[in-house]
Design a protein. Structure first.
Length: 118
């Protein structure tokens, strides 16, 4: 199993930036990829971005392309979500997640609140 702990959320004004971190521990040696998701009040959880653990291929939701960047530090077993040009509609609880193959994400962090004020 793998354990995930997020940090870095907070309150920021529109146009500002935040960086989220997700530290992985446990069975990390064969992780396939890691992703960020978010859930706003009254809405379903949605995909934000993902990154392959080996090779670093990335994928983004259209709503965040050009504003958010996902990255990783394999040595620290940590991956990040740099969020720039934040908008009020980015307000949500952000979750990191991981999986060992092309299966549903099985391991989730506890979530971190991001609030963007207008």
């Amino acid at each position: 199993q793998v354990q995930l702990v997020e940090s870095g959320g907070g309150l920021v004004q529109a146009g500002g930036s935040l960086r989220l971190s997700c530290a992985a521990s446990g069975r990390t040696f064969n992780i396939y990829n890691m992703g960020w998701f978010r859930q706003a009040p009254g809405k379903e959880r949605e995909f934000v971005a993902s990154i392959r653990w080996s090779g670093g291929n990335t994928d983004y939701a259209d709503s965040v392309k050009g504003r958010f960047t996902i990255s990783k530090d394999n040595a620290k077993n940590t991956f990040y979500l740099q969020m720039n040009s934040l908008k009020p509609e980015d307000t949500a609880v952000y979750y990191c997640a991981t999986r060992y193959g092309l299966t549903p994400y099985s391991y989730w962090g506890q979530g971190t609140q991001v609030t963007v004020s207008s």
